[in-house]
Design a protein around this ligand. Sequence first.
Ligand code: HEM
Length: 180
Amino acid sequence: MKGIVFTEFLEMVEAKFGLEVVDSIIEKSDLPSEGIYTSVGTYSFNEMVSLITHLSDEVKAPMGDLIYAFGLYLFNGLGKSHPEVIVNYNNPIDLLYAIEDHIHVHVKKLYPDAELPKFKILEKTDSSISMIYSSSRGLYRLAHGLIEKTFEHFNGKAKITFELLKEDGTEVKFDIIQNG
Ligand code: HEM
C-alpha cells in the first residue's frame, strides 16, 4: 500500500483523535516501517490493518465506521495531491464511471506499484450508477466514503447502498442514486 494512504490516515487520526492516539497506535502496531512513511514509498497492507485494528480498540469504534470516515477524509487528500486527476470531471457520476478506465489508470502511472481495486460498471444513467467493487483488501467501506465525498465535491448528494457479494467484503455491489 502506498505511503500517501498511510500519511493521510495518520493525519486523519491526529485531526480527529489527537497526537497521543497516533503515537499509541503506532507503538502498539509494532510496524516494520516504525510508522515513518513517505508518500511514494510502498508498505505492507498488514501495517494498515494493524493500525486500524488498534485505532478501533483505542477509540472504541467499529473498524468499518473508521474506514468509512477515512474514505471521506482521503478524497480531499488525494484530490489536493493530484488535482489534475479529477479536474476534467464536472459531475460525480461521470467521475465514478471513470475511476477504473481513467483515474486509477492515471494513478498507476504516478505510482506503478499501487494496488488498486477494480470497479465493474453494471449500469449508468445521468443520475445513477451501479458498480461492483472488487479487491483482495476488502476496503469497500473506504470506497463507500470516497463515493460519498465525490458527490459532496460537486455539491451534490446521493443515496448509496451496498450489498456484499462475498462475505469477506472482497466483492461488493454499490447502487448509487443522485438525489441532490
Ligand atoms: C482524486 C482521485 C483519486 C486518486 C488520485 C486515487 C488514488 C489512489 C491511490 C494512490 C490508492 C492507493 C493504492 C495503494 O496503496 O497501492 C487508491 C486506492 C483506492 N482507491 Fe483511489 N483514487 C482516486 C479516486 C478514487 C475514488 C473516487 C474512489 C471511489 C470509489 C476510489 C477508490 C479507491 C479504493 C477503494 C482504494 C483502496 C484500495 C483497494 O480497495 O484495494 N479512488 N486510490
